[in-house]
Design a protein around this ligand. Structure first.
Ligand code: NOJ
Length: 550
């Protein structure tokens, strides 16, 4: 399979990236307008989240037609133009394939509802009485995972919103339909695919209640998932394409199989364990300070586990479902720049292919919305109601949303300090973050020490130094709760990375062999203090040292 170790992927949420036609919604032409910016940043691929025809109940992850573009994003001509212009710049496009479910507005589902047996078999319909769903499973967006259709006297499964009906992958016709979708986009010149929650596609043979959890243990990494993926990838001939699977609540063993070099499934996997270290008792809707020891343990487990398994990680902090990392693990105020750079370096220098989510490269923060009216996201709005029902006050529920909502990452991309932050000429579909006059691309282009420049440097380093792309990783200071440190090693080339999690000075032991290392990257201009092997790091400092032959 193709080696993607020195590539960097940039994620675009088109709705919030750049609005070319002044309707307050980002669009495909808007992406084309910014290709030179992305080329200059140095990224190799753009992953675009869904822009296909959709009622937008889940912002495009409810697809009504996999082969057509939603008019709010433009036309097929706009897309052809974007593909051609990206190609000219040697940037590949990756499309987002939402194959676990379709919108209930999809023709297949509508025909199923109209009584066509063929299309009912495309989904997971179960006979039952109106008062008794087939299982007690919960939807990931809150409430039951089943919806009753009185006209059919049947329930259908929706692991997400009620308008996102799960597809039946046991039906060979469904698999053939989905393969055709991939072939269609391949023929258009698309260079890769991201597969949405693809480890949920294989449902269990026995449908039973879950008395321990919300049902996920029965359908996550299901019985035929590897077989289905192999078939999809093989039959559409995308083995050499860049493919990434979004793996929800997965395990290391499964990810080794999904992305193992010998397996011919996917090039790499997203897992989310490291982004739950501030969930109290694993509950996203309960706040807690991040557990850094847990974060360190998870990085070590996944990085070394995937290395031993000869499998490949997708490296990321941010995406359209996650709050901004600088607001979460960094410091938005006093150490905004330092902490954004440290977090960037920590992840970009690990073993895997890094992803940058739009705005991360300029250190965009959560917007700190204060009213429920400012939120658009279906999950956030559902959970707001659930939290109130659980007895939280409005202020408490809003505080939780301000930290956890997916809308934190969906605010318009901050290009300039003009009104609507250079994203649009009209009021955008979702409120702009107030700090756009300070945090924007234009301003960082003028600043030689900007976060933007730091990301550029990280991307360049991965291309220049094989040890970053291909080196073995080993973790150090595993008992130190303040610092994350690791080395990468490829033959005689070696680098050492240490990162201070804290907004105060922290210390770590520097082994003899690294005392003479040459600093190749850092977020403080001053030299580091090395007192007989005890290294003192400034607040949120990152230091990268190199030794050996390059
Ligand atoms: C994961 C996507 O990233 C998220 O935005 C979406 O809501 C769910 N899958 C359902 O498609």
């Amino acid at each position: 399979m193709t080696d993607f170790s020195n590539k960097v992927i940039y994620q675009i949420y088109p709705k919030s990236f750049n609005d070319s036609d002044g309707d307050g919604i980002g669009d495909l032409r808007g992406v084309t307008e910014k290709l030179d910016y992305l080329k200059d940043l140095g990224v190799d691929y753009l992953w675009l989240t869904p822009f296909f025809l959709s009622p937008q109940r889940d912002n495009g992850y409810d697809v009504a037609d996999y082969r057509n573009i939603d008019p709010m994003f433009g036309t097929m001509e706009d897309l052809d133009n974007l593909i051609a212009e990206s190609e000219k710049r040697n940037i590949g496009l990756m499309f987002d394939m939402v194959f676990n479910h379709t919108s209930t507005s999809h023709e297949w589902f509508r025909r199923a509802l109209a009584g066509e047996k063929k299309y009912q078999d495309y989904y997971i319909f179960k006979e039952g009485s109106p008062n008794q769903p087939p299982t007690n499973w919960q939807s990931k967006f809150g409430g039951s995972a089943w919806e009753y259709v009185p006209s059919l006297s049947k329930w259908y499964l929706h692991l997400f919103d009620v308008t996102q009906a799960d597809l039946n992958w046991e039906n060979p016709e469904v698999k053939e339909e989905l393969k055709e979708v991939i072939r269609f986009w391949k023929a258009k010149g698309v260079k890769g695919f991201r597969f949405d929650v693809v480890n949920l596609i294989s449902k269990p043979e026995i449908w039973e209640d879950d008395f321990e959890g919300d049902g996920r243990r029965f359908y996550t990494d299901g019985p035929h998932v590897h077989e289905y993926l192999k078939e999809l990838v093989h039959d559409t001939e995308i083995e050499e394409y860049v493919t990434v699977g979004e793996m929800s609540s997965t395990t290391l063993d499964h990810c080794i199989r999904y992305s193992g070099l010998e397996e011919k499934e996917l090039s790499m996997c997203f897992n989310f364990h490291h982004l739950k270290v501030d969930y109290k008792n694993g509950n996203k809707w309960e706040l807690m300070e991040p557990d850094y020891m847990e974060l360190k343990a998870l990085f070590e487990k996944w990085q070394t586990g995937m290395q031993i398994g000869n499998a490949w990680n997708a490296l990321f902090w941010c995406n359209h479902d996650q709050p901004r990392i600088v607001s979460r693990l960094g410091n938005e105020e006093k150490y905004w720049k330092e902490s954004a750079k440290m977090l960037a370096g920590m992840i970009h220098l690990m073993r895997g292919t890094p992803y940058i989510y739009q705005g991360e490269e300029i250190g965009m923060t959560n917007p700190h919305y204060t009213s429920i009216e400012q939120y658009v996201d279906v999950e956030s709005r559902n959970y707001y109601e659930i939290l109130l029902k659980e007895g939280k006050t409005k202020a408490e529920a809003l505080e939780i949303l301000a930290a956890r909502s997916r809308d934190n990452s969906r605010t318009p991309m901050q290009w300039t300090d003009e009104r609507y932050c250079g994203f649009s000429k009209t009021e955008p579909w979702i409120p702009v973050s107030d700090n756009f006059d300070k945090i924007n691309v234009e301003r960082q282009k003028q600043d030689k020490n900007s976060i933007l420049k730091f990301y550029k440097k990280l991307i360049m380093l991965r291309k220049e130094k094989e040890v970053i792309a291909k080196g073995n990783i080993e973790f150090m200071e595993t008992e130190n709760a303040d610092v994350l440190a690791y080395t990468r090693c490829l033959g005689k080339q070696q680098i050492f990375i240490c990162c201070n999690f804290r907004g105060a000075e922290s210390q770590m032991e520097l082994t003899q062999e690294w005392m003479s290392g040459t600093k190749i990257l850092g977020n403080y201009e001053v030299n580091h203090e090395n007192n007989h092997g005890l290294l003192t790091l400034h607040p949120y400092e990152i230091i990268v040292l190199e030794k050996g032959e390059d």
